[in-house]
Design a protein around this ligand. Structure first.
Ligand code: AMP
Ligand code: ZN
Length: 116
């Protein structure tokens, strides 16, 4: 997919700090980490967001989820972690290639929503 930042990372046109890779996915450190362990996992296949997951392509999501425990530990999440996928404007998605944030390495705040 042209002009997709994460497709460019997969192609090797933009460097990344790789944590794990195989034929289906790539995991690398977030360039602007919000926790001591902040790893992004992306499918090699371009899928725009959670909104584009279908019965046909959901197998890659299953493979990613089966690998997340190993990737989290490789990334330094020793005592647990949180998995987040921002989808669309209200969630603040900024890169429109499906990705899962793995966050940990410290005790995370309980809520992602600011207190009123
Ligand atoms: P989201 O806001 O959920 O779409 O997440 C996109 C994430 O990609 C953000 O946390 C960014 O810090 C991260 N990001 C953007 N560019 C890069 C890059 N070149 N390498 C690693 N992470 C990046
Ligand atoms: Zn892409």
């Amino acid at each position: 997919m042209e002009n997709c930042l994460f497709c460019k990372i997969i192609a090797g046109d933009i460097p990344s700090a790789k944590v794990y890779e195989d034929d289906d996915m790539l995991a690398f450190r977030d360039i602007n980490p919000e926790a001591p362990c902040h790893v992004l996992v992306i499918p090699r296949e371009h899928i725009g967001s959670m909104d584009e997951i279908t019965a046909e392509n959901s197998g890659i999501a299953a493979k990613i989820f089966a690998k997340i425990p190993e990737i989290a530990r490789l990334g330094g999440c020793e005592n647990g972690y949180r998995v987040i996928s921002n989808c669309g404007a209200d969630a603040g998605q900024t890169v429109f290639h499906l990705h899962f944030h793995i966050l940990g390495g410290t005790k995370l705040p309980v809520t992602v929503l600011p207190k009123a």
